[in-house]
Design a protein around this ligand. Structure first.
Ligand SMILES: O=C(CO)[C@H](O)[C@H](O)COP(=O)(O)O
Length: 220
């Protein structure tokens, strides 16, 4: 599939940002799976990884890459992760794979966030992709009502429990013209764990892979 070629090109390009003997921050998703496979080829050069999901942890371990608890790590020079959408300012929507909270935590610790994506992820205005919000289960209806007040149409993601034991509301029909303000407003709703806007701290580098193997590099 040509989209996979584009994802793989972006994933492989991220390898050159990895520092020797470092702990690598690793995100979640199909694009990141290509990155983990590429990382396995240079595993002798790194100390190990911190992972943002059980799924990525399993894949890293299957390649023999040591996975550390975030609390046991002093620094993460580079975090590599995908996105569901990016605007030209490298502000992102993430969480299509329901790993947004751990992704945001590792992003907060990392010195540099390298985002890997195929061209379909690049948009003019965020919000075409429904915005994932991780919510404490008992607050589901309350949070949904507040999200409606912010202009969205929240939909419960049936059958999904996050790695943290919470639920996901996907918010449709939001044209997010002010991503930082929206990220802050949603995080202030009681019962929200976090939301999938990575705007206050977005990516530092966006690698857009193309199906012919070329990679476009955007930086802040
Ligand atoms: O945020 C994420 C997971 O929570 C992913 O990075 C995002 O959904 C992109 O996934 P993919 O690389 O499979 O398109």
């Amino acid at each position: 599939m040509s989209q996979n070629l584009a994802k793989q090109a972006a994933a492989r390009a991220a390898i050159k940002y990895i520092e020797d003997d470092s702990i690598v921050g690793v995100g979640t998703g199909s694009t990141v799976n290509f990155f983990i496979d590429a990382l396995a080829e240079i595993k002798g050069r790194i100390e190990g990884a911190v992972s943002s999901s059980e799924a990525s942890t399993e894949r890293l371990k299957s390649h023999g890459i040591p996975v550390y608890d975030l609390n046991a790590v002093d620094s993460i020079p580079v975090y590599v992760d995908g996105a569901d959408e990016s605007n030209r300012y490298l502000q992102l929507i993430k969480g299509g794979g329901a790993a947004l909270t751990r992704e945001k935590i590792v992003t907060a610790v990392a010195e540099k966030f390298v985002c890997i994506a195929d061209p379909s992820k690049v948009v003019g205005c965020l919000g075409e992709f429904p915005l994932p919000v991780e919510v404490i289960p008992m607050a589901r209806s309350h949070v949904a009502r507040q999200l409606v007040k912010l202009g969205g149409d929240p939909v419960y993601r049936e059958g999904v429990i996050t790695d943290n034991g919470n639920i996901i509301l996907d918010v449709y029909n939001m044209k997010i013209e002010k991503p930082i303000e929206m990220e802050t407003a949603i995080n202030q709703i009681v019962g929200v764990v976090t939301n999938g806007l990575f705007a206050e701290k977005g990516a530092d580098v966006l690698l857009i892979g193309k199906e012919d193997g070329e990679v476009e590099i955007l930086t802040k």
